[in-house]
Design a protein. Structure first.
Length: 105
């Protein structure tokens, strides 16, 4: 599976993006390259997705920030892993645009 299959979109100035959970494909997961509070994330999500079909976005832990490499969603690598398992969703890696690990068989 590719990240581009999960409808990724920037929601804040190439610092925060969201994508459909690889497990359920109903809830949106987020990833950010800067530290920001949960409240700041929620404000960003509410303003970015107003009028779109996005319903629930799982925010990241406030103190977490990831390293993004690659030029776009096709080639993006995120380190370390993304872990939304506390919310009952996917935990895995995005490597060279691919969804790696944590997928049901």
């Amino acid at each position: 599976m590719r990240l581009t299959d999960l409808e990724p979109r920037w929601v804040y100035k190439e610092k925060v993006f969201c994508f459909l959970c690889p497990h359920c494909r109903k809830v949106w997961l987020s990833c950010k390259r800067v530290v920001m509070s949960t409240h700041e994330q929620i404000v960003i999500f509410e303003s970015a997705v107003r009028g779109e079909s996005i319903n629930v976005v799982v925010p990241c832990k406030a103190e977490a920030a990831w390293k993004f490499s690659g030029g776009d969603f096709e080639t993006m690598t995120i380190t370390p892993s993304l872990d939304a398992s506390d919310a009952g969703h996917w935990h895995g890696h995005i490597t060279n645009g691919g969804i790696v690990g944590g997928l049901p068989a």
